[in-house]
Design a protein around this ligand. Structure first.
Ligand code: ATP
Ligand code: MG
Length: 250
């Protein structure tokens, strides 16, 4: 049985043997040099969707602002567990401990304007997600993050966050801009086919220690989060166990 409580790594919990015997813990780094791009919103929605899908998940909060850790406190430390990791030098050890304790998935939430932490998180990741608002200044800023990420050589995708709900032309142009610039620069960067659009529930739910699907399991945001988890889990070969995991999050 998977140990689903990591106790903040403060207490030595029994090692999960099948993980040690070969199940590879997947690590996803969420990075964007731009502040307010949606990193923490993406991290906690992904982690909570994975938890609702019966995956053993840990969030490493690598941001000194500790937004994800505050969210966990408001949530009264209900799963997924959020562990503080504010120094890049601690990252490999924290990830190793998470794997030894049976985590199937670690999600690293990184700070803005922090090259070393972002680079180290990417180096330790199987997949890098770069949240970005589909608007001019943010699209330009993505290039800085993309250069940093792609230099590390991990699969990386931009995820549009907080954009309009129905604006196919906006998304098409933003996608072409990012992928076109990436091709010119020789960066293998693509835009994910899933997104979390601008919806007040993403903000309201997290501000009270929840996530959008937990507040409105039948809502549009829940559909977006379910699609996000299905796609992301496929990218790291950790297939979603339930196509309707948003219902489990209720
Ligand atoms: N899809 C969305 N719809 C509505 N509000 C959103 C959405 N995504 C993020 N937000 C809101 O935007 C703000 C910034 O989001 P968030 O804190 O996730 O960004 P961040 O990149 O982690 O910021 P920082 O760089 O400071 O760590 C928050 O108030 C959040 O609730
Ligand atoms: Mg944040």
């Amino acid at each position: 049985m998977i140990n689903r409580s990591f106790n903040g790594f403060g207490q030595r919990a029994p090692v999960h043997t099948s993980t040690c015997a070969g199940t590879h813990m997947r690590t996803i780094a969420i990075v964007s040099q731009k502040g307010g791009a949606g990193k923490t919103t993406l991290a906690i929605h992904l982690a909570t969707a994975a938890t609702a899908d019966k995956r053993s998940v840990i969030v490493l909060d690598a941001d000194p602002q500790a937004t994800a850790s505050h969210w966990a406190t408001w949530r009264r430390n209900e799963e997924p567990e959020v562990v503080d990791c504010a120094s890049p030098s601690l990252l490999p050890r924290k990830l190793q401990q998470a794997a030894e304790l049976g985590a199937e998935l670690a999600i690293i939430d990184t700070p803005p304007h922090a090259d070393i932490m972002a680079r180290d998180a990417c180096k330790n990741a199987d997949l890098v997600l770069i949240p970005c608002r589909p608007q001019a200044f943010d699209l330009t800023a993505v290039e800085t993050t993309a250069g940093l990420v792609v230099a590390v050589g991990r699969p990386a995708f931009v995820i549009f966050m907080g954009g309009p709900q129905r604006a196919p032309t906006t998304y098409k142009e933003a996608r072409e801009l990012i992928e076109g610039a990436a091709d010119v620069a020789g960066l293998g960067l693509r835009v994910a086919p899933v997104m979390l659009t601008q919806r007040a529930i993403y903000h309201h739910s997290t501000a009270s220690g929840r996530t959008a699907p937990e507040i409105e399991p039948e809502g549009k945001a829940a559909e977006e989060v379910a699609a996000l988890w299905t796609w992301t889990s496929g990218q790291v070969n950790l297939s979603a166990r339930s196509r309707v995991n948003r219902k489990r999050a209720a």
